[in-house]
Design a protein around this ligand. Structure first.
Ligand code: ADP
Length: 602
Protein backbone atom coordinates (compact mmCIF):
# COMPACT_ATOMS: atom_id res chain seq x y z
CA UNK A 1 0.00 0.00 0.00
CA UNK A 2 2.99 2.28 0.43
CA UNK A 3 2.90 4.85 -2.33
CA UNK A 4 5.82 7.23 -2.64
CA UNK A 5 5.01 10.84 -1.88
CA UNK A 6 4.74 13.26 -4.77
CA UNK A 7 7.86 15.13 -5.80
CA UNK A 8 8.77 17.92 -3.47
CA UNK A 9 11.61 20.32 -2.86
CA UNK A 10 11.96 19.11 0.65
CA UNK A 11 10.77 16.04 2.47
CA UNK A 12 10.21 15.59 6.16
CA UNK A 13 10.79 11.95 6.98
CA UNK A 14 7.35 10.49 7.57
CA UNK A 15 7.39 7.06 9.08
CA UNK A 16 4.06 6.19 7.51
CA UNK A 17 3.05 6.37 3.87
CA UNK A 18 -0.55 6.88 2.85
CA UNK A 19 -2.22 5.67 -0.29
CA UNK A 20 -3.11 8.85 -2.15
CA UNK A 21 -4.41 7.37 -5.38
CA UNK A 22 -7.92 8.52 -4.59
CA UNK A 23 -9.67 10.32 -1.74
CA UNK A 24 -11.38 7.14 -0.54
CA UNK A 25 -8.15 5.13 -0.57
CA UNK A 26 -6.44 7.96 1.24
CA UNK A 27 -9.04 7.95 4.02
CA UNK A 28 -8.95 4.16 4.26
CA UNK A 29 -5.15 4.18 4.53
CA UNK A 30 -5.47 6.65 7.39
CA UNK A 31 -8.00 4.39 9.14
CA UNK A 32 -5.91 1.26 8.60
CA UNK A 33 -3.04 2.91 10.40
CA UNK A 34 -5.06 2.17 13.54
CA UNK A 35 -6.38 -1.32 12.84
CA UNK A 36 -6.85 -2.25 16.49
CA UNK A 37 -8.87 0.85 17.20
CA UNK A 38 -11.05 -0.05 14.22
CA UNK A 39 -11.59 -3.58 15.58
CA UNK A 40 -12.60 -2.09 18.95
CA UNK A 41 -15.12 0.18 17.23
CA UNK A 42 -16.65 -2.70 15.24
CA UNK A 43 -16.92 -5.03 18.24
CA UNK A 44 -18.37 -2.20 20.32
CA UNK A 45 -20.92 -1.34 17.63
CA UNK A 46 -22.02 -4.94 17.07
CA UNK A 47 -22.26 -5.69 20.79
CA UNK A 48 -24.20 -2.50 21.42
CA UNK A 49 -26.83 -3.44 18.83
CA UNK A 50 -27.05 -7.02 20.13
CA UNK A 51 -27.58 -5.85 23.70
CA UNK A 52 -30.13 -3.34 22.46
CA UNK A 53 -32.12 -6.09 20.78
CA UNK A 54 -31.93 -8.17 23.96
CA UNK A 55 -34.47 -5.77 25.54
CA UNK A 56 -37.48 -6.40 23.22
CA UNK A 57 -36.55 -10.08 22.92
CA UNK A 58 -36.52 -10.54 26.71
CA UNK A 59 -39.66 -8.44 27.17
CA UNK A 60 -41.33 -10.71 24.60
CA UNK A 61 -40.36 -13.78 26.63
CA UNK A 62 -41.65 -12.15 29.83
CA UNK A 63 -44.93 -11.19 28.13
CA UNK A 64 -45.51 -14.73 26.98
CA UNK A 65 -44.95 -15.92 30.52
CA UNK A 66 -47.29 -13.33 31.99
CA UNK A 67 -50.23 -14.12 29.72
CA UNK A 68 -50.10 -17.81 30.69
CA UNK A 69 -52.86 -18.91 33.07
CA UNK A 70 -50.23 -19.71 35.73
CA UNK A 71 -47.17 -17.53 35.03
CA UNK A 72 -43.85 -18.52 36.54
CA UNK A 73 -42.62 -15.27 38.13
CA UNK A 74 -39.08 -16.63 38.32
CA UNK A 75 -38.92 -16.52 34.52
CA UNK A 76 -40.10 -12.92 34.54
CA UNK A 77 -37.57 -11.97 37.23
CA UNK A 78 -34.82 -13.70 35.29
CA UNK A 79 -35.79 -11.71 32.19
CA UNK A 80 -35.63 -8.47 34.19
CA UNK A 81 -32.21 -9.40 35.56
CA UNK A 82 -30.96 -10.34 32.09
CA UNK A 83 -32.15 -6.94 30.78
CA UNK A 84 -30.20 -5.13 33.52
CA UNK A 85 -27.04 -7.15 32.82
CA UNK A 86 -27.38 -6.71 29.05
CA UNK A 87 -27.63 -2.95 29.51
CA UNK A 88 -24.56 -2.85 31.74
CA UNK A 89 -22.63 -4.77 29.08
CA UNK A 90 -24.10 -2.49 26.46
CA UNK A 91 -22.87 0.58 28.32
CA UNK A 92 -19.34 -0.84 28.39
CA UNK A 93 -19.44 -1.73 24.70
CA UNK A 94 -20.84 1.66 23.78
CA UNK A 95 -18.03 3.29 25.71
CA UNK A 96 -15.56 1.12 23.77
CA UNK A 97 -17.09 2.17 20.46
CA UNK A 98 -17.32 5.87 21.28
CA UNK A 99 -13.89 6.02 22.85
CA UNK A 100 -12.41 4.16 19.87
CA UNK A 101 -13.94 6.43 17.30
CA UNK A 102 -13.02 9.57 19.24
CA UNK A 103 -9.43 8.30 19.44
CA UNK A 104 -9.48 7.50 15.73
CA UNK A 105 -10.87 10.94 14.84
CA UNK A 106 -8.30 12.81 16.94
CA UNK A 107 -5.39 10.73 15.65
CA UNK A 108 -6.42 11.16 12.05
CA UNK A 109 -6.77 14.90 12.55
CA UNK A 110 -3.27 15.05 14.00
CA UNK A 111 -1.75 12.83 11.30
CA UNK A 112 -3.41 14.78 8.50
CA UNK A 113 -2.16 18.06 9.95
CA UNK A 114 1.41 16.75 10.01
CA UNK A 115 1.06 15.26 6.53
CA UNK A 116 -0.35 18.47 5.09
CA UNK A 117 2.19 20.72 6.78
CA UNK A 118 5.13 18.60 5.61
CA UNK A 119 3.73 18.66 2.10
CA UNK A 120 3.24 22.45 2.19
CA UNK A 121 6.85 22.94 3.25
CA UNK A 122 7.86 20.86 0.27
CA UNK A 123 5.97 22.85 -2.34
CA UNK A 124 7.75 25.13 -4.76
CA UNK A 125 7.39 28.91 -4.77
CA UNK A 126 5.42 28.62 -8.01
CA UNK A 127 2.80 26.71 -6.03
CA UNK A 128 2.81 29.08 -3.05
CA UNK A 129 2.68 32.05 -5.39
CA UNK A 130 -0.64 30.82 -6.76
CA UNK A 131 -2.24 29.45 -3.62
CA UNK A 132 -3.91 32.00 -1.33
CA UNK A 133 -2.85 31.85 2.32
CA UNK A 134 -6.42 32.07 3.61
CA UNK A 135 -7.57 29.08 1.59
CA UNK A 136 -4.54 27.05 2.67
CA UNK A 137 -5.32 28.00 6.28
CA UNK A 138 -8.95 26.96 5.86
CA UNK A 139 -7.83 23.58 4.56
CA UNK A 140 -5.18 23.12 7.22
CA UNK A 141 -7.52 23.99 10.08
CA UNK A 142 -11.24 23.60 9.33
CA UNK A 143 -11.07 20.94 6.63
CA UNK A 144 -8.72 18.85 8.75
CA UNK A 145 -11.10 19.22 11.69
CA UNK A 146 -14.01 18.14 9.46
CA UNK A 147 -12.10 14.87 8.96
CA UNK A 148 -12.11 14.37 12.70
CA UNK A 149 -15.86 15.05 12.90
CA UNK A 150 -16.40 12.69 10.00
CA UNK A 151 -15.11 9.89 12.24
CA UNK A 152 -16.60 11.00 15.46
CA UNK A 153 -19.58 11.30 15.45
CA UNK A 154 -20.01 10.74 11.64
CA UNK A 155 -18.67 7.27 10.79
CA UNK A 156 -19.08 6.17 14.40
CA UNK A 157 -22.84 6.62 14.26
CA UNK A 158 -23.04 5.16 10.76
CA UNK A 159 -21.22 1.97 11.81
CA UNK A 160 -23.32 1.82 14.94
CA UNK A 161 -26.54 2.32 13.03
CA UNK A 162 -25.66 -0.31 10.39
CA UNK A 163 -25.72 -2.92 13.16
CA UNK A 164 -29.13 -1.65 14.22
CA UNK A 165 -30.33 -2.18 10.65
CA UNK A 166 -29.10 -5.76 10.51
CA UNK A 167 -30.59 -7.04 13.75
CA UNK A 168 -34.30 -6.69 12.95
CA UNK A 169 -33.70 -8.30 9.54
CA UNK A 170 -32.06 -11.34 11.10
CA UNK A 171 -34.27 -11.69 14.15
CA UNK A 172 -37.76 -11.02 12.74
CA UNK A 173 -37.93 -14.29 10.73
CA UNK A 174 -37.26 -16.21 13.96
CA UNK A 175 -40.63 -14.88 15.22
CA UNK A 176 -42.36 -15.68 11.94
CA UNK A 177 -40.81 -15.99 8.43
CA UNK A 178 -43.37 -13.58 6.93
CA UNK A 179 -42.30 -10.87 9.34
CA UNK A 180 -39.13 -10.42 7.28
CA UNK A 181 -41.21 -8.46 4.76
CA UNK A 182 -41.44 -5.04 6.43
CA UNK A 183 -37.84 -4.88 7.72
CA UNK A 184 -36.44 -6.12 4.40
CA UNK A 185 -38.43 -3.56 2.40
CA UNK A 186 -37.40 -0.86 4.86
CA UNK A 187 -33.70 -1.71 4.58
CA UNK A 188 -33.82 -1.77 0.76
CA UNK A 189 -35.70 1.53 0.70
CA UNK A 190 -33.31 2.95 3.29
CA UNK A 191 -30.19 2.18 1.26
CA UNK A 192 -31.71 3.47 -1.98
CA UNK A 193 -32.78 6.72 -0.35
CA UNK A 194 -29.43 7.14 1.43
CA UNK A 195 -27.73 6.76 -1.93
CA UNK A 196 -29.97 9.42 -3.40
CA UNK A 197 -29.53 11.61 -0.32
CA UNK A 198 -25.72 11.34 -0.45
CA UNK A 199 -25.59 12.15 -4.14
CA UNK A 200 -27.64 15.29 -3.51
CA UNK A 201 -25.64 16.20 -0.46
CA UNK A 202 -22.25 15.90 -2.19
CA UNK A 203 -22.38 19.11 -4.29
CA UNK A 204 -24.00 20.96 -1.37
CA UNK A 205 -21.27 20.05 1.11
CA UNK A 206 -18.56 20.71 -1.48
CA UNK A 207 -20.01 24.18 -1.93
CA UNK A 208 -19.96 24.70 1.86
CA UNK A 209 -16.26 23.77 2.13
CA UNK A 210 -15.28 25.73 -0.96
CA UNK A 211 -17.10 28.91 0.01
CA UNK A 212 -15.70 28.69 3.48
CA UNK A 213 -12.21 28.57 1.92
CA UNK A 214 -13.02 31.67 -0.16
CA UNK A 215 -14.32 33.47 2.94
CA UNK A 216 -11.08 32.71 4.74
CA UNK A 217 -8.90 33.82 1.81
CA UNK A 218 -10.69 37.15 1.66
CA UNK A 219 -10.43 37.65 5.40
CA UNK A 220 -6.72 36.74 5.52
CA UNK A 221 -5.96 39.05 2.62
CA UNK A 222 -7.88 42.00 4.10
CA UNK A 223 -6.21 41.64 7.48
CA UNK A 224 -2.81 41.17 5.87
CA UNK A 225 -3.34 44.31 3.83
CA UNK A 226 -5.14 46.22 6.59
CA UNK A 227 -2.74 49.15 6.27
CA UNK A 228 -3.58 49.55 2.58
CA UNK A 229 -7.29 49.14 3.29
CA UNK A 230 -7.19 51.89 5.89
CA UNK A 231 -4.91 54.17 3.90
CA UNK A 232 -7.30 54.00 0.94
CA UNK A 233 -10.30 54.19 3.31
CA UNK A 234 -11.75 51.08 1.74
CA UNK A 235 -13.28 49.68 4.96
CA UNK A 236 -16.84 49.94 3.64
CA UNK A 237 -16.02 48.16 0.40
CA UNK A 238 -14.07 45.48 2.25
CA UNK A 239 -16.96 45.02 4.64
CA UNK A 240 -19.46 44.57 1.86
CA UNK A 241 -17.12 42.16 0.04
CA UNK A 242 -16.81 40.20 3.30
CA UNK A 243 -20.58 40.23 3.78
CA UNK A 244 -21.04 38.88 0.26
CA UNK A 245 -18.72 35.98 0.98
CA UNK A 246 -20.32 35.36 4.40
CA UNK A 247 -23.75 35.32 2.74
CA UNK A 248 -22.46 32.83 0.18
CA UNK A 249 -21.35 30.55 3.03
CA UNK A 250 -24.72 30.91 4.74
CA UNK A 251 -26.54 30.13 1.48
CA UNK A 252 -24.43 27.03 1.02
CA UNK A 253 -25.33 25.85 4.54
CA UNK A 254 -29.00 26.61 3.93
CA UNK A 255 -28.77 24.60 0.70
CA UNK A 256 -27.36 21.70 2.68
CA UNK A 257 -30.10 21.97 5.31
CA UNK A 258 -32.73 22.06 2.58
CA UNK A 259 -31.56 18.66 1.38
CA UNK A 260 -31.38 17.35 4.93
CA UNK A 261 -34.96 18.49 5.56
CA UNK A 262 -36.14 16.24 2.76
CA UNK A 263 -34.72 13.13 4.36
CA UNK A 264 -36.85 10.25 3.02
CA UNK A 265 -35.86 7.46 5.48
CA UNK A 266 -37.90 9.21 8.20
CA UNK A 267 -41.00 8.66 6.10
CA UNK A 268 -39.98 5.07 5.42
CA UNK A 269 -39.59 4.46 9.15
CA UNK A 270 -43.20 5.46 9.83
CA UNK A 271 -44.41 3.26 6.97
CA UNK A 272 -42.35 0.25 8.13
CA UNK A 273 -43.62 0.54 11.71
CA UNK A 274 -47.24 0.96 10.61
CA UNK A 275 -47.31 -1.88 8.08
CA UNK A 276 -45.17 -4.08 10.35
CA UNK A 277 -47.66 -3.65 13.22
CA UNK A 278 -50.58 -4.44 10.93
CA UNK A 279 -48.83 -7.54 9.65
CA UNK A 280 -48.01 -8.75 13.18
CA UNK A 281 -51.62 -8.24 14.33
CA UNK A 282 -52.93 -10.20 11.32
CA UNK A 283 -50.56 -13.06 12.15
CA UNK A 284 -51.57 -12.87 15.83
CA UNK A 285 -55.28 -13.00 14.94
CA UNK A 286 -54.61 -15.99 12.75
CA UNK A 287 -52.92 -17.59 15.75
CA UNK A 288 -49.58 -17.86 14.02
CA UNK A 289 -47.66 -15.82 16.59
CA UNK A 290 -48.23 -15.06 20.26
CA UNK A 291 -48.37 -11.76 22.17
CA UNK A 292 -44.69 -12.02 23.09
CA UNK A 293 -43.91 -12.35 19.39
CA UNK A 294 -45.81 -9.14 18.59
CA UNK A 295 -43.99 -7.27 21.39
CA UNK A 296 -40.57 -8.59 20.38
CA UNK A 297 -41.25 -7.78 16.73
CA UNK A 298 -42.36 -4.24 17.45
CA UNK A 299 -39.30 -3.81 19.65
CA UNK A 300 -37.13 -5.01 16.78
CA UNK A 301 -38.77 -2.54 14.36
CA UNK A 302 -38.17 0.21 16.89
CA UNK A 303 -34.47 -0.43 16.40
CA UNK A 304 -34.74 1.17 12.95
CA UNK A 305 -35.43 4.50 14.66
CA UNK A 306 -31.82 4.98 15.73
CA UNK A 307 -30.16 4.47 12.30
CA UNK A 308 -32.84 6.62 10.67
CA UNK A 309 -32.36 9.56 12.98
CA UNK A 310 -28.59 9.45 13.25
CA UNK A 311 -28.02 8.89 9.55
CA UNK A 312 -29.66 12.25 8.98
CA UNK A 313 -26.57 13.99 10.35
CA UNK A 314 -24.17 11.02 10.16
CA UNK A 315 -24.26 11.07 6.37
CA UNK A 316 -24.08 14.87 6.27
CA UNK A 317 -20.98 14.65 8.41
CA UNK A 318 -19.59 11.96 6.13
CA UNK A 319 -20.30 14.07 3.08
CA UNK A 320 -18.68 17.17 4.61
CA UNK A 321 -15.71 15.04 5.66
CA UNK A 322 -15.33 13.61 2.16
CA UNK A 323 -15.46 17.09 0.61
CA UNK A 324 -12.85 18.28 3.12
CA UNK A 325 -10.69 15.19 2.49
CA UNK A 326 -10.79 15.82 -1.26
CA UNK A 327 -9.64 19.40 -0.71
CA UNK A 328 -6.80 18.34 1.59
CA UNK A 329 -5.66 15.54 -0.70
CA UNK A 330 -5.77 17.88 -3.67
CA UNK A 331 -3.49 20.30 -1.84
CA UNK A 332 -1.09 17.54 -0.82
CA UNK A 333 -1.08 15.99 -4.25
CA UNK A 334 -0.57 19.18 -6.26
CA UNK A 335 2.59 18.38 -8.13
CA UNK A 336 5.46 20.68 -7.69
CA UNK A 337 7.89 20.81 -10.56
CA UNK A 338 11.02 21.00 -8.43
CA UNK A 339 12.42 18.12 -6.47
CA UNK A 340 14.95 18.07 -3.71
CA UNK A 341 17.32 15.83 -5.66
CA UNK A 342 18.64 13.89 -2.70
CA UNK A 343 21.21 12.04 -4.78
CA UNK A 344 22.54 15.24 -6.37
CA UNK A 345 25.82 17.08 -6.01
CA UNK A 346 26.66 18.00 -2.44
CA UNK A 347 29.81 20.03 -1.77
CA UNK A 348 31.02 23.29 -0.32
CA UNK A 349 30.29 26.07 -2.81
CA UNK A 350 33.40 27.92 -3.99
CA UNK A 351 31.39 30.74 -5.54
CA UNK A 352 31.73 30.64 -9.32
CA UNK A 353 28.40 31.51 -10.90
CA UNK A 354 27.65 31.27 -14.59
CA UNK A 355 24.43 32.00 -16.47
CA UNK A 356 24.42 30.48 -19.95
CA UNK A 357 21.73 31.53 -22.44
CA UNK A 358 19.18 31.62 -19.63
CA UNK A 359 15.54 32.21 -20.51
CA UNK A 360 12.72 32.25 -17.93
CA UNK A 361 9.03 33.06 -17.66
CA UNK A 362 6.50 32.70 -14.84
CA UNK A 363 4.11 29.83 -15.46
CA UNK A 364 2.95 29.79 -19.05
CA UNK A 365 3.34 33.53 -19.54
CA UNK A 366 5.74 35.40 -21.79
CA UNK A 367 9.47 35.29 -21.09
CA UNK A 368 10.59 37.55 -18.25
CA UNK A 369 14.29 36.94 -18.87
CA UNK A 370 15.89 36.28 -22.24
CA UNK A 371 19.28 35.04 -23.19
CA UNK A 372 21.12 35.97 -19.99
CA UNK A 373 24.89 35.30 -20.09
CA UNK A 374 27.52 36.26 -17.52
CA UNK A 375 30.19 34.70 -15.32
CA UNK A 376 31.18 35.65 -11.77
CA UNK A 377 34.36 34.46 -10.05
CA UNK A 378 34.43 33.39 -6.39
CA UNK A 379 34.39 36.33 -4.01
CA UNK A 380 33.36 38.91 -6.61
CA UNK A 381 30.58 41.39 -6.08
CA UNK A 382 27.98 41.85 -8.79
CA UNK A 383 25.65 44.82 -8.92
CA UNK A 384 22.43 44.32 -10.87
CA UNK A 385 20.84 47.55 -11.99
CA UNK A 386 17.81 48.41 -14.07
CA UNK A 387 14.34 49.82 -13.82
CA UNK A 388 11.56 48.26 -11.80
CA UNK A 389 10.20 45.24 -13.58
CA UNK A 390 13.39 44.72 -15.58
CA UNK A 391 13.75 41.23 -14.09
CA UNK A 392 16.45 41.80 -11.43
CA UNK A 393 14.71 39.91 -8.61
CA UNK A 394 13.65 37.18 -11.00
CA UNK A 395 17.23 36.65 -12.11
CA UNK A 396 18.51 35.96 -8.61
CA UNK A 397 15.65 33.59 -7.87
CA UNK A 398 17.08 31.24 -10.47
CA UNK A 399 20.27 30.92 -8.44
CA UNK A 400 18.86 28.92 -5.54
CA UNK A 401 16.14 27.31 -7.66
CA UNK A 402 13.27 29.27 -6.19
CA UNK A 403 12.31 28.85 -9.84
CA UNK A 404 13.92 26.76 -12.54
CA UNK A 405 15.11 28.17 -15.86
CA UNK A 406 12.92 27.67 -18.92
CA UNK A 407 15.94 27.44 -21.22
CA UNK A 408 19.71 27.58 -20.84
CA UNK A 409 21.60 26.74 -17.67
CA UNK A 410 22.70 28.24 -14.38
CA UNK A 411 26.02 26.82 -13.19
CA UNK A 412 27.49 27.07 -9.73
CA UNK A 413 31.08 25.82 -9.56
CA UNK A 414 30.59 24.24 -12.99
CA UNK A 415 27.63 22.12 -11.77
CA UNK A 416 24.14 22.86 -13.07
CA UNK A 417 22.03 24.09 -10.14
CA UNK A 418 19.51 21.38 -10.97
CA UNK A 419 22.18 18.78 -10.28
CA UNK A 420 22.90 20.07 -6.78
CA UNK A 421 20.94 18.68 -3.84
CA UNK A 422 18.41 21.31 -2.89
CA UNK A 423 19.68 21.44 0.67
CA UNK A 424 23.36 21.96 -0.23
CA UNK A 425 22.35 24.66 -2.67
CA UNK A 426 19.95 26.60 -0.49
CA UNK A 427 21.88 26.31 2.75
CA UNK A 428 24.87 27.99 1.09
CA UNK A 429 23.02 30.74 -0.75
CA UNK A 430 21.42 33.43 1.31
CA UNK A 431 18.92 35.76 -0.31
CA UNK A 432 17.86 38.88 1.54
CA UNK A 433 14.65 40.03 -0.07
CA UNK A 434 13.46 43.62 -0.38
CA UNK A 435 10.69 42.82 2.03
CA UNK A 436 12.52 41.12 4.89
CA UNK A 437 10.29 38.63 6.63
CA UNK A 438 10.59 38.38 10.39
CA UNK A 439 8.75 35.85 12.52
CA UNK A 440 6.81 36.85 15.63
CA UNK A 441 9.58 35.52 17.81
CA UNK A 442 12.44 37.16 19.70
CA UNK A 443 15.12 39.17 17.91
CA UNK A 444 17.67 36.48 18.83
CA UNK A 445 15.49 33.72 17.39
CA UNK A 446 14.98 35.70 14.22
CA UNK A 447 18.72 36.10 13.75
CA UNK A 448 19.34 32.43 14.52
CA UNK A 449 16.61 31.31 12.13
CA UNK A 450 18.99 29.56 9.73
CA UNK A 451 21.13 28.12 12.54
CA UNK A 452 18.79 27.16 15.37
CA UNK A 453 21.50 25.97 17.78
CA UNK A 454 23.46 29.24 17.64
CA UNK A 455 24.82 30.53 20.95
CA UNK A 456 24.14 34.02 22.24
CA UNK A 457 27.78 34.93 21.58
CA UNK A 458 27.50 33.84 17.93
CA UNK A 459 24.26 35.78 17.55
CA UNK A 460 25.84 38.92 18.97
CA UNK A 461 28.91 38.63 16.76
CA UNK A 462 26.67 38.36 13.72
CA UNK A 463 24.57 41.31 14.90
CA UNK A 464 27.73 43.42 15.41
CA UNK A 465 28.97 42.63 11.92
CA UNK A 466 25.56 43.59 10.57
CA UNK A 467 25.63 46.88 12.56
CA UNK A 468 22.53 45.76 14.41
CA UNK A 469 23.91 45.21 17.91
CA UNK A 470 23.45 48.78 19.07
CA UNK A 471 19.85 49.25 18.06
CA UNK A 472 18.97 45.85 19.46
CA UNK A 473 20.41 46.84 22.84
CA UNK A 474 18.26 49.96 22.73
CA UNK A 475 15.13 47.80 22.88
CA UNK A 476 13.80 47.25 26.37
CA UNK A 477 14.34 43.51 26.27
CA UNK A 478 17.39 43.58 24.00
CA UNK A 479 17.82 40.33 22.12
CA UNK A 480 14.75 38.91 23.84
CA UNK A 481 12.41 41.54 22.36
CA UNK A 482 9.53 39.92 20.55
CA UNK A 483 9.23 41.19 17.01
CA UNK A 484 5.64 41.99 15.97
CA UNK A 485 4.12 39.96 13.19
CA UNK A 486 5.98 40.71 9.95
CA UNK A 487 8.39 42.86 11.93
CA UNK A 488 6.10 45.86 12.01
CA UNK A 489 7.75 47.18 15.12
CA UNK A 490 11.05 47.61 13.26
CA UNK A 491 12.04 50.11 10.60
CA UNK A 492 13.05 49.04 7.11
CA UNK A 493 16.73 49.63 7.85
CA UNK A 494 16.55 47.65 11.10
CA UNK A 495 14.82 44.76 9.39
CA UNK A 496 17.46 44.71 6.73
CA UNK A 497 20.28 44.63 9.27
CA UNK A 498 18.59 41.77 11.15
CA UNK A 499 18.42 39.91 7.86
CA UNK A 500 22.10 40.62 7.30
CA UNK A 501 22.87 39.29 10.78
CA UNK A 502 20.91 36.19 9.88
CA UNK A 503 23.09 35.83 6.80
CA UNK A 504 26.34 36.35 8.76
CA UNK A 505 25.38 33.57 11.10
CA UNK A 506 24.81 31.01 8.37
CA UNK A 507 27.94 32.22 6.56
CA UNK A 508 26.61 31.58 3.06
CA UNK A 509 29.04 31.18 0.15
CA UNK A 510 26.77 33.25 -2.07
CA UNK A 511 24.91 36.24 -0.71
CA UNK A 512 22.17 38.08 -2.55
CA UNK A 513 20.89 41.38 -1.30
CA UNK A 514 17.80 42.81 -2.91
CA UNK A 515 18.17 46.37 -1.76
CA UNK A 516 16.43 48.24 -4.52
CA UNK A 517 13.48 49.76 -2.71
CA UNK A 518 14.87 50.58 0.70
CA UNK A 519 14.45 54.23 1.50
CA UNK A 520 16.70 54.92 4.42
CA UNK A 521 18.07 58.05 6.09
CA UNK A 522 21.74 58.80 5.57
CA UNK A 523 22.97 57.81 9.04
CA UNK A 524 21.38 54.39 8.70
CA UNK A 525 22.54 54.28 5.11
CA UNK A 526 26.11 54.57 6.28
CA UNK A 527 25.69 51.75 8.77
CA UNK A 528 24.06 49.52 6.21
CA UNK A 529 26.82 50.33 3.78
CA UNK A 530 29.38 49.14 6.28
CA UNK A 531 27.33 46.04 7.07
CA UNK A 532 27.09 45.18 3.40
CA UNK A 533 30.81 45.72 2.89
CA UNK A 534 31.45 43.34 5.79
CA UNK A 535 29.00 40.84 4.39
CA UNK A 536 30.42 40.89 0.88
CA UNK A 537 33.92 40.14 2.05
CA UNK A 538 35.06 36.65 1.13
CA UNK A 539 31.93 35.53 -0.68
CA UNK A 540 30.28 35.94 -4.04
CA UNK A 541 27.76 38.71 -3.58
CA UNK A 542 24.90 39.94 -5.75
CA UNK A 543 23.49 43.36 -4.99
CA UNK A 544 20.29 44.59 -6.55
CA UNK A 545 20.62 48.23 -5.90
CA UNK A 546 20.49 51.75 -7.17
CA UNK A 547 22.91 53.05 -4.61
CA UNK A 548 25.77 54.58 -6.48
CA UNK A 549 28.38 53.70 -3.90
CA UNK A 550 27.48 50.03 -4.09
CA UNK A 551 27.36 50.03 -7.85
CA UNK A 552 30.76 51.64 -8.13
CA UNK A 553 32.68 49.16 -6.10
CA UNK A 554 31.12 46.12 -7.72
CA UNK A 555 33.47 43.94 -9.77
CA UNK A 556 30.77 43.40 -12.33
CA UNK A 557 27.73 45.50 -13.11
CA UNK A 558 24.84 43.99 -15.06
CA UNK A 559 22.45 46.47 -16.63
CA UNK A 560 19.06 44.86 -17.22
CA UNK A 561 16.33 46.20 -19.43
CA UNK A 562 13.18 44.34 -20.42
CA UNK A 563 14.62 41.05 -19.18
CA UNK A 564 17.85 41.34 -21.13
CA UNK A 565 21.37 42.34 -20.22
CA UNK A 566 22.03 45.48 -22.21
CA UNK A 567 25.45 46.17 -20.73
CA UNK A 568 27.90 44.36 -18.45
CA UNK A 569 31.29 45.26 -17.05
CA UNK A 570 33.02 47.31 -14.37
CA UNK A 571 32.00 50.89 -13.62
CA UNK A 572 34.83 52.60 -15.52
CA UNK A 573 34.31 50.47 -18.66
CA UNK A 574 30.58 50.96 -18.66
CA UNK A 575 30.91 54.72 -18.25
CA UNK A 576 32.97 54.68 -21.40
CA UNK A 577 31.05 52.16 -23.46
CA UNK A 578 27.41 52.10 -22.37
CA UNK A 579 24.95 54.86 -23.03
CA UNK A 580 22.27 53.05 -20.95
CA UNK A 581 24.60 52.84 -17.99
CA UNK A 582 25.58 56.48 -18.23
CA UNK A 583 21.90 57.37 -18.21
CA UNK A 584 21.16 55.22 -15.15
CA UNK A 585 24.26 56.56 -13.49
CA UNK A 586 23.27 60.14 -14.16
CA UNK A 587 19.74 59.52 -12.89
CA UNK A 588 21.07 57.77 -9.81
CA UNK A 589 23.86 60.25 -9.11
CA UNK A 590 21.46 63.14 -8.54
CA UNK A 591 19.62 62.01 -5.43
CA UNK A 592 22.65 60.28 -4.03
CA UNK A 593 25.10 63.13 -4.37
CA UNK A 594 25.99 62.78 -0.70
CA UNK A 595 26.89 59.21 -1.34
CA UNK A 596 29.50 60.16 -3.90
CA UNK A 597 31.35 61.94 -1.13
CA UNK A 598 31.37 58.87 1.04
CA UNK A 599 32.61 56.83 -1.92
CA UNK A 600 35.34 59.37 -2.56
CA UNK A 601 36.32 59.30 1.10
CA UNK A 602 36.72 55.54 0.96
P1 ADP B 1 12.65 43.85 -10.77
O1 ADP B 1 13.25 43.08 -9.66
O2 ADP B 1 13.66 44.25 -11.82
O3 ADP B 1 11.84 45.01 -10.34
P2 ADP B 1 11.09 41.48 -11.17
O4 ADP B 1 12.10 40.44 -11.43
O5 ADP B 1 10.49 41.56 -9.82
O6 ADP B 1 11.67 42.89 -11.58
O7 ADP B 1 9.90 41.31 -12.21
C1 ADP B 1 10.11 41.10 -13.58
C2 ADP B 1 8.77 40.82 -14.25
O8 ADP B 1 8.27 39.59 -13.80
C3 ADP B 1 7.72 41.88 -13.96
O9 ADP B 1 7.03 42.13 -15.15
C4 ADP B 1 6.83 41.22 -12.94
O10 ADP B 1 5.51 41.65 -13.11
C5 ADP B 1 6.97 39.76 -13.27
N1 ADP B 1 6.85 38.92 -12.06
C6 ADP B 1 7.59 39.04 -10.93
N2 ADP B 1 7.24 38.09 -10.01
C7 ADP B 1 6.26 37.36 -10.59
C8 ADP B 1 5.48 36.22 -10.18
N3 ADP B 1 5.65 35.64 -8.98
N4 ADP B 1 4.55 35.76 -11.04
C9 ADP B 1 4.37 36.31 -12.25
N5 ADP B 1 5.06 37.37 -12.70
C10 ADP B 1 6.00 37.91 -11.90
Amino acid sequence: MAIPSSASEFLVADTYTYDRRSTNRWIVSHILRYKFVLVRILIGAWGNAACNFAVPALIGVAFNEMVKPAPDLNVVALCALAIVISQLVRGTLMFMRNFGSETMGQRIERDTRAELYASLLGKSMTFHGLQTVGDTMARATNDVHELNLMFSPGINTIIGSMMFLLFPVFTSPTIHPQLLLSPALFVIGYFLSIRFYSSQLKPATEAVRERFGALNSGLAEAIDGIETVKAASQEKQELSAFNRRATAVRDAFVGQSDIEARFIPLLLLGLAEGTGFLHAIILFRAGQINVGGVVAYMGALQMFGFPTWVSLFGFSQLSLGLAAAARIRQLIETETELDQNIAGHNAAIQGTVQFENVGFGYRDGAETLHNINFTVKPGQTVAIVGQTGAGKSTLIKLLNRTYDVRSGRVWIDSVDVRDWTMEALRSQISIIEQDVFLFSRTVAENIAFGLPGATQAQIETAARAAQAHEFILNFKDGYQTIVGERGVTLSGGQRQRLALARAFLTDPRILVLDDSTSAIDSATEDQIQRAILNAARGRTTFLITHRLSQIRWADLILVLRGGQIVAAGAHADLMRTSESYRRIFAATAEPFAAENLSVAAR
